[in-house]
Design a protein around this ligand. Structure first.
Ligand code: HAM
Length: 430
């Protein structure tokens, strides 16, 4: 009986060499962009104690209730979870290593996150985030900085058409007042609530406002607005944030119903969305979480951050046809015969020593077959070494991407000649 090949787990994707240059380009832009704003990289483990996420994200959120990859470590009985997001781990790490003793911290991380959601375009079970967390800052200037930074990233990546929505959740007390008013209102419409909403009425009524059920639209539209219950300090914070954003030339919409799927937020929340990716249009989201540091066991410290979905941002780059340089070898070295073989190795090493990317043909193959390989590799030039060249201690350079003559050169001058030709091929010189 033939055995079925083992396949990757549903919703968890391989990233293949043909896609990797896009990822690496993105990662390089992200490193430069974070450094430009003074954010330092931090790397946390992928697995944490389950309790960290239950306490921070919230026990009655979708993530904790049904999306976490939680398992028992059979060796010691611990309940562990594959991280569904990075904020909780980042704060845990900052506290564990006393980073905040040295003052406020601007940190960023990137890597895979895991949520057991129904996979579809733009929604995966293993996906990647780049997240920034500013710990120890009261804002609203840092809130604005984090938002403006995102706009700068879209520019650097050549992405357009991402809309910014901002909102505020107020402080704990104002949210409690609002929650009570909301429950009272929804109780008056009990008969019209769907199953999900009825279940959430007392555990997480704010999430009901996020429902996509068209039948509940009227009830949701008529519900009390959090903005009307806000405390004065939160209102002032929100006003100042808007003022800075306007001065910085940012376009944004205020969304009084912006509810996030994680419980740790207070005051500022924001989302960047696009229409270009279908149903999974949120490319980046974040906000303020002033209570989380204390909740995880540290001395109270304010904080704000965001995370972007890498797969979604990359899809937008493709959608926007952003110009991404695709790395190709500078030269593909083809050879035939024993003497040519040794010379080819020498040539390839010399090109690499000069900082060029050289692929040396390995294995058998006629000149014609090797030329086909050279062409398929995307190399700009083929370096050809046959008996003739080997005897003369020379090589032939054949341009593969332009109609130009093949030239002969000595081994020592080959790298210089190639570099000169490559410079001439650069777009700005064409
Ligand atoms: P989040 O809204 O859960 O926030 O996720 C942030 C982003 O991750 C989303 O906007 C989306 O682009 C991407 N994302 C989430 N789930 C998936 C999925 N299943 N497949 C593909 N992409 C996905 C957080 O995670 C917070 N930790 C953000 C934050 C940082 N708040 C403060 N600091």
């Amino acid at each position: 009986m033939p055995t079925r090949g083992i396949q990757a787990i549903r919703g968890m994707n391989d990233i293949l060499p043909d896609q990797i240059y896009l990822w690496e380009f993105f990662e390089q832009v992200v490193r430069d962009w974070m450094a430009a704003y003074g954010y330092r990289n931090i790397r946390m483990p992928i697995v944490e104690q389950t309790d960290l996420f239950v306490r921070s994200i919230g026990a009655v959120t979708d993530i904790v209730e049904k999306e976490m990859y939680t398992f028992l470590d059979h060796l010691n009985g611990d309940s562990l979870t594959l991280r569904p997001e990075g904020t909780a781990s980042c704060v845990r790490a900052a506290l564990e290593h006393n980073l905040l003793y040295a003052g406020p911290q601007r940190l960023y991380y990137s890597g895979p996150m895991f949520r057991h959601e129904r996979p579809q375009k733009g929604r995966y079970r293993q996906f990647h985030q780049v997240g920034a967390e500013a710990l120890g800052y009261t804002g609203p200037d840092i809130d604005a900085e984090l938002i403006v930074m995102c706009a700068e990233l879209w520019k650097r990546l050549g992405i357009s058409g991402v809309r910014l929505e901002i909102g505020t959740l107020g402080n704990t007390e104002s949210r409690a007042v609002h929650r009570a008013r909301l429950i009272q209102y929804l109780e008056r419409h009990l008969g019209d609530l769907d199953e999900d909403a009825s279940r959430r009425l007392h555990s997480n009524p704010l999430r009901i406002l996020d429902s996509k059920n068209a039948a509940m639209k009227e009830i949701i539209d008529g519900a009390p607005r959090l903005l009307d219950d806000l405390d004065e300090d939160s209102l002032a914070h929100f006003e100042r944030l808007q003022q800075i954003l306007r001065i910085q030339g940012m376009n944004f919409e205020i969304n009084p119903r912006l509810v996030r799927g994680l419980d740790y937020y207070n005051r500022t929340v924001f989302e960047w969305t696009t229409d270009k990716l279908g149903a999974q249009g949120t490319v980046c989201a974040g906000g303020r979480y002033d209570g989380l540091v204390e909740q995880i066991g540290g001395k109270a410290a304010p904080a704000c951050g965001f995370a972007l979905g890498v797969e979604r941002v990359l899809a937008l780059m493709v959608e926007n046809a952003s110009e991404i340089p695709c790395p190709v070898p500078d030269a593909y070295v083809i050879h035939q015969g024993e003497a040519a073989h040794d010379l080819a190795w020498k040539m390839a090493r010399q090109l690499r020593d000069e900082g060029l990317k050289a692929v040396l043909h390995c294995g058998e193959g006629s000149f014609k077959a090797q030329m086909r390989k050279a062409d398929a590799s995307g190399a700009r030039f083929a370096i050809i070494i046959g008996d003739d060249e080997a005897q003369a201690g020379e090589i032939s350079i054949k341009p593969l991407r332009e109609a130009a003559e093949q030239v002969r050169a000595g081994l020592m001058e080959a790298a210089d000649l190639l570099k000169k030709n490559l410079r001439e091929l650069e777009p700005e010189n064409s």
